[in-house]
Design a protein around this ligand. Structure first.
Ligand code: UT7
Length: 332
């Protein structure tokens, strides 16, 4: 039996309309456009302002776009995976809610919690499910409403995050395209540097946890920064080396968008040029599980069949992952 590869065959994305720029942010906390631009590279981020809308609503729009672009009906989808750290509710899963809103009738679904590495973890799982031969049309949607867990009185974290969703359709193929290689890992001791203290079973919500502002992202930025640069670049370089891909042969690096300085350092260590790197952090900030698919969504028209892409991410956990993807289709 010939090997089944798993390929991305369509991409969709959604970001909310509301733009929170650095100047408006400077009215909320003691910061400046200059500091945020120089230290992080973000100019603006999108915020889902409607109080009645949640992560699932962004995910649904992104998925509808993929289904439409690929001529896929909701009934054909047999698996839906949603990496997110900002679930609509404690339970049921956000993918369950998305599936209901989309009218998926023949799928099962689950959420995946790997923070900023969520899309990479999800892509690996999707690829293996397709590779098993049991699934034919998998939707993977990275979606996060980061504004729901961001403290807009904390200047160390509030400039970093934005809301958005990016979705891909993954299908089997006998061609030599799709997921070619991967490196994934974690170091659970890193959790002390990036986490949300309350809201889980360790510290259930209480008046005290709210007073202590424990339902927001907590981060020790410098430690996370150093680990992100070294691990994201190490795994991306390893993937290049073991697949014998020279810097010139790499069409695109698709890095998680947490800090422009991290992205530039990773590109430098890989020996590639800035023109080979997908970057949209300046407009969207860090949308956690959505950064990588939102990059694919925005650069889709520039991608050609056979292009070598390396996706690489690092996030809370710590978690990390890098995937070598051979792009499966030309611009339509
Ligand atoms: O996506 C998941 C993984 N997350 C990441 O990869 C994020 C990794 N970390 C980072 O990107 C960076 O560490 C940050 C952007 C979070 C922070 O940048 P930094 O260069 O590490 O700054 P810092 O936290 O060391 O702070 C440097 C200075 C401090 O002032 P002093 O103590 O030197 O006087 C901060 O108080 O900058 C100050 N500062 C700010 N100043 C103006 C911190 N935040 C701000 C701000 N505006 N928003």
């Amino acid at each position: 039996m010939s090997k089944i590869n798993a390929a991305i065959t369509g991409v969709g994305g959604y970001v909310p309309d509301y733009i929170l720029d650095n100047n408006e942010l400077s009215t909320l906390v003691d910061t400046s456009d200059e500091w945020i631009t120089q230290r992080v590279g973000i100019k603006e981020r999108r915020i889902l302002k409607d109080k009645n809308k949640a992560t699932s609503d962004m995910a649904v729009i992104a998925i509808q776009q993929v289904l439409e672009k690929t001529g896929t009906s909701p009934e054909e989808v047999d698996l839906l995976i949603c990496p997110t750290i900002t679930a609509d509710m404690g339970f049921p899963s956000t993918s369950n809610i998305i599936g209901d809103k989309l009218g998926l009738k023949n799928a099962f679904n689950f959420d995946l919690s790997a923070a900023c590495s969520g899309f990479i973890y999800g892509l690996e799982v999707s690829g293996r499910m397709i590779g098993s031969g049991a699934y034919k049309k998998v939707i993977l949607v990275g979606a996060d409403k980061m504004s729901s867990i961001t403290d807009y009185t904390d200047r160390a974290t509030c400039p970093l995050f934005g809301d958005g969703a990016g979705a891909v359709l993954i299908e089997p193929t006998k061609e030599e395209v799709g997921i070619m290689d991967r490196i994934l890992g974690f170091d659970g001791s890193g959790r002390e540097f990036l986490h949300m203290k309350a809201g889980g079973s360790l510290n259930p919500p209480s008046h005290e946890t709210i007073d202590r502002k424990e339902h927001f992202v907590y981060q020790e930025g410098k430690t996370v920064f150093k680990a992100a640069v070294s691990i994201m670049s190490d795994i991306a370089v390893d993937i290049m080396k073991r697949n014998k891909i020279s810097p010139d042969e790499l069409a695109w690096l698709v890095p998680h968008q947490a800090n422009l300085r991290i992205i530039e350092a990773v590109a430098r260590r890989m020996g590639i040029k800035r023109e080979q790197v997908m970057i949209n952090i300046q407009r969207y900030g860090n949308t956690t599980a959505a950064t990588i698919p939102l990059c694919l969504w925005e650069y889709e028209k520039q991608l050609k069949k056979g292009d070598n892409l390396i996706l690489t991410a690092f996030g809370a956990g710590f978690t990390w992952g890098s995937i070598l993807l051979k792009w499966a289709y030309d611009p339509k």
